[in-house]
Write a protein of this length. Structure first.
Length: 282
């Protein structure tokens, strides 16, 4: 059972599937740890956000994650405006990253196309507040494998939460193909088994649910030296296990992702790999 998730902007559709190319969700419209971006959001100056959006698409991002949560930022007012500005700058679909239901509704109201909502969790409050909005606006949704007890250390518990989210989504009429699961990557610097647990959960979710999956892949290397090497190695393993649309810095990982797709037989005659290689050679 393999799912196809279709998302779109006003002019472009992106298909996420296990059989096709890996889809990259650009992660850089996020003020966490980025003072200039946070200040721009607070001041209502969205030029930097738009430049970041264009740069990510040029680097190969297929979808852009839009996150505006930062101290002193009014999410209700700012998120819809940022969504409109980004839509005016690029034509790729957006992943609206917010856990504030009011701000999420405002963003979905102005969005043109079929967005991804990032995210719902296995917590009852999240399920009852977020899923109805996903259904109302015909969006896809990312389900995080976390519940009231936190992020499980065991892979089977994460898989159980994935099943719970999928079941609740289907119960209110959200098709399973519009549920994207995130089995959550935690840093190896704190737990050397963190990657293995995540990869086991990804593989089990693919086998049991068949849904598309994402990961914030760079979390795996937090606090370690040589982060790019760790990230790229982990990403290749995650894609081979079942991740179809990782959330990444496209400029840093796209060549490694294209190489992984080539090895997995997802790039007929190496066309995408060779095109990207020639582009990088200038």
């Amino acid at each position: 059972m393999i799912m196809e998730t279709k998302v779109s902007s006003n002019t472009r559709e992106v298909l996420i599937t296990h059989d096709g190319p890996t889809v990259l969700i650009g992660e850089r419209i996020n003020p966490s740890g980025r003072k200039k971006l946070a200040e721009a959001l607070k001041s209502g100056d969205f030029e930097l956000i738009c430049r970041e959006a264009v740069a990510q698409v040029e680097a190969g991002a297929d979808i852009l994650d839009v996150h505006v949560a930062a101290p002193e930022v009014d999410e209700m007012a700012v998120l819809p405006r940022v969504v409109e500005k980004v839509m005016g700058s690029v034509d790729v679909p957006l992943c609206i990253d917010i856990n504030n239901p009011g701000a999420l509704r405002g963003a979905l109201k102005v969005y043109k196309g079929k967005a991804i909502v990032n995210s719902v969790t296995g917590e009852e409050k999240s399920l009852t507040e977020i899923l109805p909005l996903v259904k109302e606006y015909g969006a896809a949704v990312i389900g995080l494998t976390i519940d009231e007890e936190g992020i499980p250390k065991r892979s089977d518990r994460r898989v159980a939460i994935a099943h719970k989210i999928a079941k609740r989504a289907e119960a209110i009429g959200i098709p399973l193909e519009d549920v994207i699961i995130d089995c959550l990557a935690l840093t190896l610097g704190a737990d050397t088994d963190a990657a293995l647990v995540t990869l086991e959960a990804v593989w089990k979710v693919r086998e049991e649910l068949g849904v598309n999956q994402t990961l914030g892949a760079s979390n795996i290397s937090f606090g370690l030296p040589g982060r790019n090497l760790v990230n790229q190695t982990f990403l290749a393993l995650a894609i081979s296990s079942g991740v179809t649309c990782p959330t990444v810095d496209a400029a840093k990982v796209r060549p490694a992702v294209l190489s992984t797709d080539l090895i997995l037989g997802r790039d007929r005659f190496a066309q995408r790999y060779m095109k990207d290689f020639r582009k990088r050679q200038g």
